[in-house]
Design a protein around this ligand. Structure first.
Ligand code: RIB
Length: 308
């Protein structure tokens, strides 16, 4: 492992436009919202930025349009010290429309745009996976690009961390290249072949997923913390309660801090604790990028929790 750990993040970029609403609109409803905000977003870019802030040396592979949203993203990655191996394509930059209700819960609709142009060749020619300690990716870009990233990461000896969001079916051959999968409660059930709300406990579902290839499955449970499942063990990791303002991007903060901690050689459990602290901090502010914590904030929150 290198210090700081080298993280290759492969995935999406979206320009997020978000409003707060008293409660998420139901079909046919026009909800009166307020506090319109525009920020950089997309699970891949969010995770790259969060990884850089939590102490990683980060390269990001993605695709944006040759437009003002793409330009905005490039400026941000430069400010965050991220090596952006990002292609500019003719298709418009991805956009996400986000509703955030008073409880902090959200609903998101994404127009993928340029993200759909990210392909295996672009990932390969970016040349940033060889030599990285951790390959971090999600499922918001075409599966051909994600598969290339994962198999390249596995072939070069990186730890391969996959956030299976948004959910899609994954073949065993893909999962065999994954070191650690980080599904939420519904994703772990779907990956285990059940309905998302099936009456089955998370450990059983995670064990069914483990049988398909990964070395560990870390089920993220939102306000209930996380469950770390390996062949020999299943351990619940406690949540850190915070005043929730906006949960958007909490999963991205979790995955990034987790990946950096693994790159620093921490155990699955210790890395999950850092992920939970980062995810908790990301819920305390509106918008994703403004809320992604620096390493010092994660350290501080964990110190406070341990001394409480
Ligand atoms: O995980 C949060 C992200 O999901 C948002 O930034 C939005 O762009 C969607 O990709």
């Amino acid at each position: 492992m290198t210090d700081p750990p080298r993280i290759a993040a492969v995935g999406s970029y979206n320009h997020d436009m978000s409003v707060t609403v008293p409660s998420l609109p139901v079909p046919g409803e026009t909800a009166s919202g307020e506090d319109f905000q525009e920020h950089a977003g997309g699970k891949g870019s969010n995770q790259a930025i969060a990884a850089a802030r939590s102490g990683g040396d980060v390269a990001f592979v993605g695709a944006v349009g040759d437009d003002r949203f793409g330009e905005y993203a490039r400026e941000l990655w430069a400010e965050e010290g991220i090596d952006a191996a990002v292609s500019s394509v003719e298709t418009a930059t991805g956009v996400a429309l986000i509703h955030v209700e008073e409880s902090g819960e959200n609903a998101i609709a994404v127009a993928s745009g340029a993200n759909d142009d990210l392909d295996a060749e672009t990932v390969q020619s970016a040349g940033v996976i060889d030599g990285c300690d951790v390959l971090l990716t999600q499922l918001e870009t075409p599966i051909s690009a994600v598969t290339e990233a994962v198999s390249c990461g596995a072939a070069t000896g990186a730890e391969v961390v996959v956030d299976p969001a948004p959910y899609r079916d994954l073949p065993d051959v893909f999962l065999q290249d994954v070191s650690i999968l980080t599904p939420n409660e519904s994703e772990v059930r779907l990956l285990a072949g059940h309905e998302p709300d099936a009456d089955i406990d998370e450990e059983t579902a995670a064990r069914a997923v483990l049988d398909r290839g990964p070395d560990a499955v870390v089920v993220t449970l939102g306000a209930d913390g996380a469950l770390v499942v390996t062949d020999d063990d299943a351990t619940a990791v406690d949540p850190i309660p915070v005043d929730v303002v906006d949960t958007t991007g909490a999963g991205d903060a979790f995955n990034a801090a987790f990946a950096v901690a693994r790159g620093n050689g921490l155990s699955h459990l210790a890395a999950t604790e850092r992920g939970i602290a980062a995810g908790a901090l990301a819920c305390t502010e509106r918008g994703v990028v403004p809320s992604l914590p620096e390493r010092s904030a994660i350290d501080e929150l964990l110190k406070r929790e341990r001394s409480a």
